[in-house]
Design a protein around this ligand. Structure first.
Ligand SMILES: *Cc1c(COP(=O)(O)O)cnc(C)c1O
Length: 372
């Protein structure tokens, strides 16, 4: 008997990757950072590869090494690398490294020397996000240094890439501007004498809406898990994650009863309260106090009062709810129940954060569908 669980449908991940795969002639990198957006990095990666993903994308070196330790030998790119990491372990494991500065290039060179094989690097240009990536001003010097390091031997420039600001707002002019800067950056790559095999730019939103940004490789994350980066659009994707719990306790209380910490909710009439054993330690945003939607007994309800660390309460009125009944927080929405999108709206955040919050918590994760 289970008390709370996060179910992940690996068939949904496969279908989503197949759909993305069918929408591009580029290679496809399934982004599995952040514990596979909360779905479990290794199972998500296996499902994505089984459906035709060519690459895996992660942030940290440790994530990349964990994929290798799980026996996955697909190309992997790791792109969030603080100074001083043992990058040679990544090079030995065949992990490609994102490089955005001269000092990162130096570290990659050193890693290639130590590993006694070239560090495979992807040079990142900042086309407008002002996060990772070399500025256009710093780009030529980085390219020249990379070209020299490549001819010396310890690095191989495999890719050139960037990341979008606003691809989730199709038609936003920033996307066109970034694409133009990327093209300029690619021209400089040519002038520096580099011929990288992979040029890549597209996240989920651009993979779904901007084929002119696909280049040689697309990098969808969110869409792999069946969620849409563009509010109100589904793109035929199927959400893979369902979060649910069983009612732990019910009780009758009179009208005017204050509910949960701070009594931010008060019953309007005599009511049955249902206590649900999931809280912010499990991923339920406290910000969804008095707003988070659930489905219980075929009825949509809203959390009553504060979300606590371990539990929250529902005012079920006179409905016949009982301990053990299943409360669905979110799923694929096919039964009329709430989705991660609904939770994002209720908690004033994005669907990315909702599913990612439910990764690696004390709630058991259960896999459905064919395990590759
Ligand atoms: C997270 C991430 C992605 C995937 O973005 P989605 O919007 O989830 O598709 C792609 N590229 C980079 C650099 C990222 O950090």
């Amino acid at each position: 008997m289970w008390q709370a669980e996060v179910r992940v449908d690996l068939d949904a991940i496969r279908e989503n990757v197949s759909r993305l795969r069918a929408g591009t002639t580029a290679e496809l990198m399934a982004v599995v950072k952040g514990d596979g957006y909360g779905h479990g990095m290794v199972p998500a990666a296996r499902a994505a590869l089984a459906a035709g993903a060519d690459w895996l994308g992660v942030c940290t070196l440790d994530e990349a090494l964990a994929l290798r330790a799980a026996g996955l030998d697909a190309p992997v790119l790791a792109w969030l690398l603080a100074p001083g990491l043992p990058l040679h372990t990544g090079v030995v494991a065949g992990v490609d490294l994102g490089v955005a500065s001269l000092s990162q290039l130096d570290e990659a060179v050193e890693a290639g020397r130590r590993a006694e094989r070239p560090a495979r690097i992807h040079l990142k240009i900042d086309t407008g996000l002002a996060r990772g990536g070399a500025t256009v001003a710093d780009w030529p010097a980085l390219l020249d240094a990379a070209a020299k390091a490549q001819s010396d031997g310890p690095v191989e420039v495999v890719g050139v890439w960037s990341h979008f600001v606003y691809a989730d707002l199709p038609g936003h002019p920033t996307t066109d501007r970034q694409l133009a800067v990327f093209h300029e950056g690619l021209a400089m790559v040519e002038r520096a004498g580099l011929r990288p095999r992979y040029r890549h730019l597209a996240n989920s939103a651009a993979t779904l809406t901007r084929p002119d940004t696909h280049f040689d490789l697309v990098r969808p994350g969110l869409a792999v898990y069946g969620l849409s980066p563009v509010p109100g659009e589904r793109y035929g994707l199927r959400p893979a994650m369902t979060a649910r719990a069983r009612v732990m306790l019910t009780k009758r209380v009179p009208a005017g009863a204050g509910v949960s910490y701070g009594h931010t909710y008060t019953t309007e009439r005599d009511a049955t309260l249902a206590v649900v054993p999931l809280g912010y330690a499990d991923g339920v945003p406290r910000h969804a106090s008095n707003t988070g939607p659930v489905q219980l007994g075929g009825v949509r309800r809203t959390i009553s009062g504060r979300v606590c660390m371990d539990q929250f309460v529902l005012d079920c009125g006179d409905d016949p709810v009982a301990a053990g009944d299943v409360v669905t927080l979110f799923g694929d929405g096919s039964d009329g129940g709430p989705t991660a999108d609904d939770w994002a709206e209720a908690a004033d955040t994005i669907n990315y954060e909702i599913v990612t919050r439910f990764g690696s918590t004390r709630v058991p994760r259960v896999y459905d569908g064919a395990v590759p």
